[in-house]
Design a protein around this ligand. Structure first.
Ligand SMILES: [Zn+2]
Length: 295
């Protein structure tokens, strides 16, 4: 799930259904375009051999299965070795069952998210930070990068010094941090952790690949810092509501996206509250419905 500051770009952005992005990375588009997913979820065939890893099988759109089949044919891949998931959101995990049904049973691995994963009704092989997944021509190493979702893993592609960033860094739009299951504090730490790995290219879950990974991560950190300053600047000693803050801060964003912006603002306010820089009307109030002020 992702939000964007420039929905026209998001909607207008066209990506091919199948693209070969490197000798070991082929993308098949998930066929689920929306305001939140951009052109759709990027699903990746990883490796160079006849059996490859499928990283994130998308949302489960019926049209996707033919696209994946075409991607496999173009890549010279005859079989899916296993499915690996970046995280448990439906636009990443929702397509697992349909892929298994069409292409045959195989292992599905992710970092477990109790309370979420059970809804999908298939067995998960648990992996975590540092797990390695190997296939012919490619080795993935998992990096736990919570914040957008508690179970979020990015995958370091060792042969290319590249990163599959899931929803942490996107080729289009900006990442939503849900105030209930996400954490902006964790998210910023995850971005810095990715930066410390000094990746080259980033293969995101939505939008085109990013050639200069560190530059994009710096841009993301600067964007969050700027939003935080704007939110602080919109607060005073008098209590104010989240929609009022959105209306003041997100003047560059069409109102259709203001509900999504409320999630981001709430996440910023919770981070600032942790740091003692904002005060909630009542600490038990839903952060989106609460009033907020400076201490
Ligand atoms: Zn997501």
């Amino acid at each position: 799930m992702s939000e964007t500051a420039t929905p026209n770009t998001m909607i207008g952005l066209r990506m091919p259904d199948v693209a070969i992005w490197s000798e070991r990375v082929v993308v098949a588009l998930g066929q689920n375009p929306s305001l939140f997913t951009g052109p759709g979820t990027n699903t990746y065939l990883v490796g160079t051999g006849p059996r490859r890893i499928l990283l994130d099988p998308g949302q489960g759109m019926p049209a996707y299965l033919d696209v994946l089949e075409r991607a496999m044919a173009e890549a010279g891949c005859r079989e899916i070795q296993e499915i690996v998931l970046t995280h448990g959101h439906p636009d990443h995990m929702g397509g697992v069952a349909a892929v298994l049904e069409r292409f045959g049973e195989g292992p599905v691995s992710k970092l477990p998210w109790p309370g979420n994963d059970e809804h999908y009704g298939y067995a998960i092989e648990p992996i975590g930070h540092g797990s390695r997944i190997e296939t012919e021509g490619a080795t993935l190493r998992a990096l736990h990068t919570p914040g957008h979702a508690p179970d979020h893993l990015c995958f370091w592609l060792e042969e290319e010094r590249a990163v599959f960033s899931g929803d942490n860094v996107l080729g289009v739009g900006t990442t939503v941090i849900p105030h209930d299951s996400g954490s902006l504090t964790d998210y910023l730490a995850s971005l810095r952790r990715l930066l410390a790995e000094t990746p080259g290219r980033i293969y995101p879950a939505h939008g085109p690949f990013i050639e200069d990974g560190p530059a994009k991560i710096h841009e993301y950190l600067a964007h969050r810092e700027e939003r935080e300053q704007q939110i602080l600047g919109s607060l005073g000693r008098e209590p104010t509501t989240v929609p009022a803050i959105v209306a003041r801060v997100y003047t560059d964003v069409p109102s259709v996206l203001h509900k999504a912006a409320e999630l981001s603002v709430s996440s910023h306010l919770l981070k600032l509250e942790d740091e003692g820089r904002t005060v909630r009307g009542d600490p038990h109030d839903d952060p989106r419905k609460a009033t907020w002020r400076l201490p």
